[in-house]
Design a binder for this molecule. Structure first.
Ligand code: AMP
Length: 109
């Protein structure tokens, strides 16, 4: 059975895509922690960072950083948090590697 993110990759489930190429897809999280929260997902299946291939890991983080910088500007954010949950004990619920990018903004004084 396909996991949720494979269905998104195959376009069997709609998502709000901000970037896609042959190796990765990035789409906005449906339950955002902050405005502009999105996920970067490798198209090649791996469960999480414990098993992902080194080259896929490097590529995903490189894309995540580029997209995060663009999203920061779009959201007028000051920074961003980058989170990867690995296994249920860390709150992973979708078992296909994904990087959360969560824009952050300084609170007014
Ligand atoms: P994790 O807890 O790291 O496995 O995160 C899974 C994330 O996927 C959560 O932040 C969910 O809000 C998000 N999510 C679940 N379904 C969808 C969907 N159809 N489109 C976009 N994001 C989703």
């Amino acid at each position: 059975m396909k996991n949720l993110f494979l269905k998104i990759i195959k376009k069997e489930i709609k998502s709000n895509i901000l970037f896609e190429n042959k190796r990765v897809i990035a789409f906005y999280d449906t339950n955002p922690k902050t405005k502009g929260h999105f996920l970067v997902v490798p198209k090649t299946y791996s469960r999480n960072l414990i098993t992902i291939k080194e080259q896929d890991l490097r590529y995903c983080f490189s894309i995540a950083r580029k997209l995060a910088k663009k999203e920061m500007i779009k959201q007028k954010a000051d920074g961003f948090k980058l989170v990867v949950n690995n296994e249920p004990s860390s709150n992973q619920v979708v078992f296909h590697t994904h990087i959360h990018i969560i824009p952050s903004t300084k609170l007014p004084n």
